[in-house]
Design a protein around this ligand. Structure first.
Ligand code: AHG
Ligand code: MN
Ligand code: MN
Length: 334
């Protein structure tokens, strides 16, 4: 029998029937994020054509080089999301402070945290990049929005996801009822369900870490990576190294194929590099929903209480068994 074509809209309608918490406002929010991602996807696909490449010549709040498309994606998301009456605020990797909804627009009950474009060093070499997002419910009593609304542990996210601009554009999301993947049909301009109930394979096929930094690793990281490369481990698993340098793409591959991604604390970045709110927490929610695990080495990423918007965290994420092994090394060789 032929399978039904499941558009994002139809999927949300079915989810609403099954889960009353997937109410109109929430569904509309995800639909609008999907729309914004289609616009970004179009710009990413056209990036090689126009005079859009190269650096904008400014540094973002973390002191890193910002590419033009980062800013474009950041502005696009704000522009599409700020007037709908669904959000009370947004926080973005590209903005030092959180973004308030302009006074002329109504505020809604949700907060959006985002990495508008992840893996931006890969933009001008045509390698996969993505948008990562995380949605929380407003918790403060403030009439508009307060910092408290953004600084919530990942455990209470109501939804999280990413859009990968790769060989095709894919939207992967969870709202706590499993992980769903949609592939953009460019001719239709529609996301169509392509991956239902994604589960991360128990057997790991890949490990992902920036090995060039091994000189600054702590003992546990070195011992763990040596172990992954040891004949005994290789005989059992036959692991391969893959490291794209776009977290979202590295994570996506390991999610579908099985594996582990590690961006540890080291002597140069004692707190790791990746951001808790925009990168680690949303991907941790997806990993757990897919049967995987994410940790900072001491606790589950989802249990960390954020103290700052741009807080960084070490990240060990992927297949559950492999993450547990990494944690054993971290514990034994501190
Ligand atoms: P962003 O482009 O949003 O700043 O993120 C880049 C991040 C992440 O995507 C990737 O995993 C990591 O930086 C790579 O860092 P290294 O080059 O230090 O390995
Ligand atoms: Mn990023
Ligand atoms: Mn980014």
């Amino acid at each position: 029998m032929q399978k039904n074509i499941m558009t994002l809209e139809r999927h949300f309608l079915e989810q609403q029937r099954k889960y009353p918490q997937a109410r109109g406002a929430f569904t509309k929010l995800l639909t609008e994020i999907a729309f914004a991602s289609k616009v970004i996807s179009r710009e990413v696909n056209r990036a090689g054509l126009g005079d859009i490449l190269g650096n904008a010549g400014v540094l973002n709040v973390q002191g890193e080089e910002v590419q033009k498309l980062d800013i474009l994606a950041h502005k696009m998301l704000i522009n599409i999301m700020d007037h709908l009456g669904l959000l009370c605020g947004m926080a973005s990797e590209e903005s030092e402070n959180y973004i308030k909804i302009p006074d002329e627009f109504p505020v809604g009950n949700y907060v959006l945290n985002m990495d508008p474009l992840d893996g931006s060093s890969n933009i001008d070499v045509n390698v996969s990049i993505g948008t990562i997002f995380s949605i929380h419910r407003k918790v403060s009593n403030h009439p508009r929005v307060a910092l408290k609304d953004f600084l919530q542990p990942g455990r209470v996210q109501v939804a999280a996801g990413y859009v990968l601009y790769g060989s095709s554009t894919m939207l992967v999301y969870t709202s706590g009822q499993g992980v769903y993947g949609f592939t953009l049909d460019p001719a239709l301009g529609e996301f169509l369900l392509s991956h239902e109930s994604i589960k991360i394979p128990k057997k790991s096929r890949f490990y992902s870490i920036n090995e060039a930094y091994s000189y600054r690793w702590h003992t546990w990281t070195r011992k763990y990576i040596d172990y992954l490369k040891s004949p005994v481990k290789q005989a059992g698993l036959g692991l391969s190294l893959r490291y794209i340098g776009s977290l979202v793409a590295d994570f996506h591959r390991n999610l579908l194929m099985g594996g582990i991604f590690v961006y540890p604390e080291d002597t140069k970045t004692p707190k790791g590099k990746l951001r808790l709110l925009y990168e680690a927490a949303p991907l941790a929610f997806i990993a757990e929903q897919a049967g995987g695990k994410a940790s900072d080495g001491m606790q589950d990423i989802l249990d960390i209480q954020p103290k700052q918007l741009h807080q960084r965290t070490p990240l060990i994420i992927g297949s559950s068994a492999e993450v547990k092994t990494a944690l054993r090394f971290r514990n034994d060789f501190k």
